[in-house]
Design a protein around this ligand. Structure first.
Ligand code: SF4
Ligand code: SF4
Ligand code: SF4
Length: 306
């Protein structure tokens, strides 16, 4: 049957995460997964909802949400109630903080931190916490476990990845013939020179693979942290995010940078521009300066409700 709904009706449910199946009165219901992970019970609930209200199919999006196609406009409230029984909700559209994506760093052999845990924290604090905050454009966040960048953090408005920064105790280094750190380094950043291991900071990406490799504990003080990219995007236009110069050694510090970036975008972004455009207009150095200062947090109430 052809679409008999008007544009206002279609728009009103888009904000709830229901996207019109072109030329029909049916919709894809977009279910948020918090961090790309759902339980077996939630999976069964989505399957039942797809049978009961949709066309029996379930589609996975590139940003780790789950869509159920073929839901009739009139069934949208019942569909939402049904999935709410398993703690699931729809959403993820509009000029807002979008659902956060994560790689499987929590369990991956290369993961340097609990990506699912951090992603969930970002989801609660910034996807849910800033849900009513309308931004100049969408704002996408990705959480990666290591510099392998599987989740493409540098193509998001803000990307955060795990780091382990080597800290070589040169006094303890014995200049071994076969240095274990040199052998394991995938970036060829580590080299024994004049009897001491040296790390080329330009080449080292803080992947942490050398952390526990030296038999003599030369790198036992390697430090964990987070690297943050800002201003990436993928779509009609593309931009690769630039790395902030600091490595953030505490999770709270990294979360605070995310909040400041969202506030800065809200305050200084022009309607319709992505964060990458705002950064290009203001200048990366200026944006970095504002993110390192807490002034913008002092203006939070004014920015959000002024
Ligand atoms: S980015 Fe690193 S931690 Fe995440 S899935 Fe890829 S290899 Fe694993
Ligand atoms: S860092 Fe450790 S393994 Fe490498 S040369 Fe020094 S002592 Fe040997
Ligand atoms: S952290 Fe990774 S890239 Fe840097 S020296 Fe160690 S193994 Fe090489």
């Amino acid at each position: 049957m052809a679409c008999t709904l008007n544009q206002d009706e279609i728009k009103s449910v888009k904000g709830l995460g229901f996207l019109n199946n072109k030329g029909t009165n049916r919709f894809n219901g977009r279910i948020i997964t918090t961090n790309g992970k759902i339980t077996a019970e939630q999976t069964a609930c989505i399957a039942q909802a797809a049978e009961k209200y949709g066309n029996g199919e379930v589609a996975f999006t590139a940003r780790m949400t789950v869509e159920v196609p073929g839901i009739e406009y009139k069934d949208i409230p019942a569909f939402r109630e049904f999935i709410a029984q398993s703690g699931l909700e729809t959403g993820g559209t509009g000029a807002k903080v979008r659902p956060v994506v994560s790689c499987k760093g929590t369990t991956c052999q290369y993961g340097l931190h609990d990506t699912f845990g951090l992603c969930e924290e970002i989801h609660h604090r910034f996807y849910e916490g800033y849900h009513d905050v309308v931004l100049p454009h969408k704002f996408k966040i990705a959480v990666g476990g290591c510099p392998n960048n599987c989740v493409k953090p540098d193509l998001n408005d803000l990307g955060i990845i795990g780091q382990r920064v080597p800290s070589i105790d040169k006094e303890a280094c014995r200049g071994c013939k076969k240095c274990q750190i040199e052998a394991v380094c995938p970036m060829n950043a580590a080299k024994v020179q004049n009897g001491i291991l040296e790390i080329d900071q330009e080449l080292c990406n803080n992947c942490g693979r050398c952390s526990d490799k030296c038999y003599f504990g030369c790198n036992k003080n390697a430090k964990s942290g987070y690297k943050i990219y800002i201003g990436g995007r993928w779509g009609k236009k593309t931009a690769v995010g630039k790395t902030l110069s600091k490595i953030f050694t505490s999770k709270e510090e990294a979360l605070s940078i995310i909040e400041k970036a969202i506030l800065l975008f809200k305050e200084q972004g022009k309607n319709g521009e992505r964060f990458s455009d705002t950064i290009a207009r203001l200048g990366f150095e200026q944006v970095e300066k504002e993110l390192y200062s807490d002034d913008i947090l002092k203006r939070k109430e004014e920015i959000l409700h002024g």
